[in-house]
Every structure is written in structure tokens, then in C-alpha cells.
Design a protein around this ligand. Sequence first.
Ligand SMILES: *Cc1c(COP(=O)(O)O)cnc(C)c1O
Ligand SMILES: [Zn+2]
Length: 430
Amino acid sequence: MTGVLRRTWQRCADCGHEIGELARETRCPECHGLLEILHAGTALSAEQLKQRFLAHPVTAHGAVASGVWRFQDIVLPTATSPVSWPEGNTPLLDRAAVQQWAGCPGLLLKHEGMNPTGSFKDRGMTVGVTQAQRIGASAVACASTGNTSASLAAYAAQAGLPALVFVPSGGIALGKLAQSLAYGARTLLVRGDFDDCLRLVEAAHRELGVYLLNSINPFRLEGQKTIVLELLLQLAWHSPDWIAVPAGNLGNTAAFGKALREAKELGLIARVPRIASVQASGAAPFAAAFAEDFAVRHRVRAETVATAIKIGDPASWDRAVRTIRETDGVVLAVSDAEILEAKAVIDASGVGCEPASAASVAGVRQLVRQGTIRPGERVVAVLTGHVLKDPGILLRYHQEMEPAPAKANRPVEIESHLRDVERVLKERKR
Ligand SMILES: *Cc1c(COP(=O)(O)O)cnc(C)c1O
Ligand SMILES: [Zn+2]
């Protein structure tokens, strides 16, 4: 170990090998396992930490206004100049129509689509790009189903770092591709799926030396912990009974478990909520393994309308298993039809989200129906991305699908005559 202050360091989750905080590796140099960030215990009490988290006034700008760097003491204490949009500070919403559909009166929605580039990926990226700058990276790269590339592109632009993004050709939602191009990332449309992109970017990292900012990067997970820390703060540190999260590459599932473990150890919360990790049924290797008590690791060829969770071989597998075990969590799968119906309900409530996000609410409904979530329980469902990320699916659902889905809101084409307007108004009254 270098440095006198051993405040933050990295440890391999597989073999225990330790490397310094500013090492450039994003996997264990000994065994290629995934790394975890460790912070030496803080001398502050839980009450002192809670006060420090609140010392971020609304008049602030830059990192001081960030809902990620608010928690710097337990995210990346040693960083001195964060690359911050700022991000985080997303709302916790209470919507009767969504609660009714899910059969869960205690349901709240944590809307991570309200981050600067429209997804929770910004929370990880502010920490990841800060780290890239600290270690003097010359370029940054990621493979992505779209949102990671949009976020990387924006934060790399802010940091003045060249960004290289690998996305599956034809496999990413329009809004996300548009963002990567707009924010100036070198965008590679790979003829293959997300899992092919991931293999390729890892090779580029090994052979060409670009700093890897996929969710295997443990610094991104440190930032994503703040989704949970922030919702706990919004609930005045009274844990809900459940947190439901869409699950693709399992970065969030892993980060949520780490956040809860640390919050419990630090005395910030008295009780750990249960995590419900929700996959799309066409991309559900983790749900399949859960049903067998994680005896084997599954891999599938993924197929779902929810492109952000269309992942067949999730990278953060082991650390996500740990989350489910430690939180007495559950993993389930919901169909594309359930996802689209949940999305239509969330959208029509005026909240809106992208398809993958709606998996969390569809999962809550399934767990309520099974009796796993009980009637009085308090549940926070995380909405991971913004409604405008995937305009293509919206137009298909509302305008094109035959027969029209139950919640389709068909537009009406009319002549430019007032009587046509009157006719439409009368139809709506019926
Ligand atoms: C990345 C992403 C997910 C999947 O999260 P993981 O951490 O990979 O499981 C879900 N929803 C949206 C909108 C995303 O961008
Ligand atoms: Zn190792």
C-alpha cells in the first residue's frame, strides 16, 4: 500500500488482494475478480454524519449542490475537486393512480430519471469521471445499453476527457443515442448485443489503456449508493420495508446492498429494508438463479422491450447475490406486457419513465399479488430513467400496436373543422 493515510482503498471481492485508491485497474490484477471500495471507519457519530449530510444549502452550486457529493464522507472522502453537474436530489413521489394499480397504498416512487442526463447513471458517473481525472486517465470508455454512454459523454465533456462509447447497433433507444452524439462522445455502433460490447470494451481497456467506466468500475457503485442514502434521508432515516429496483447488469442491486450494509454499520438506520430486484422475463438470468438459491450462474440471450435491462450475462453478479442474501431480498421477473402496462400507468399519472424503469412497479404489483409484500408495507420503487429516453416505444404503444393495448392513448386525426373537435370532446365524455 502506498500513502500514509489509508483512508480509501480497493479490495478484490474474490481473492482479497488489495490495491491503492489511485490504481488504474478496474479489475483485480491478480485474479481478474471485481473490486470493492473500502473506506476506513469515520470518527464521526451517526448524528454528526446526518448533520454533515444536511450542510448543503439550496444557494449552493457545483458539487456542494449535488445529491451525491452530499454524502462524500462515505462515497469518496479523499476527492478534492469532483466533476459534478450537479446531480441527484431527485424527488420521492406519491401517486395514487400508481399505488392503486400496484395494489400498494404505501408505494413511493424515487424518480432517478430526474438526473441531469435523465437516468441514475449520472450518480455513478460523477464519481467515476472524478476518479478518471484523479488518476490522470487520457481517455474514458464504456459499453452501454444507452444511458451509461449518454452519462459518460456528458461528464467526460465537462472534464475535458475524450470519451469512447460502445453500443449495440440498432439496440439502443433513440433519446440515448441522440445524447451520446450531442455530448460529443466517439460513438461506436457495434454489430452485436450488449454482452458483445462489454467484451470489446474490456479488451480495449486491457490492450489500449483507456479507463473503463462500466458498472464493474467500483467507483461508479460508490456513487450509485446515494440513491439509497438519499431516499433514506428523505424518509428521515426511517427505513421503508422494501426497495424495488429494475435489474439488468446488477450494478444497482450491488450498490444498494453496499449502501444498506454501510448505513446499518454506521448507525444511520436501525433496520435494513428488503431489496426486490426485478428483471424482464426475456432477460432474467438472475431471477432464474434466485429460484435455485443461486446454485449456478445463468447466462441467457436477452430479449425485451426494456433495452436498459436487456442483458444476458450481468457483470455485478456476485456482489448482487450478496445484496439479496444480506437484505433477505427477492428476485423476480415480469413480462414485457406487464412492464408496458406499468409504464402506461406511471406515464398517465404525469410522472413518466422509460420502459426498464417500470419493471420496478410491475414487480411490486406481482409481489403484492403473491402476498410477499403485505398490505400495510412501505415500498420505494426506483424509476431509473426519464420518459423521453425511449420515444420509439411510446409511439408504438399508443399509435401502432394492434390490437390497441388497454391503456393506449390513440391520437385522433381530424379535419380542421370545429365540428370535429366537438365530436372528439363528446366521445371523451362517454
Ligand atoms: C442501467 C439501467 C438499468 C439497469 O441497472 P443495473 O444497475 O445495470 O442493473 C435499469 N434502468 C435504466 C433506465 C438504466 O439506465
Ligand atoms: Zn483477486
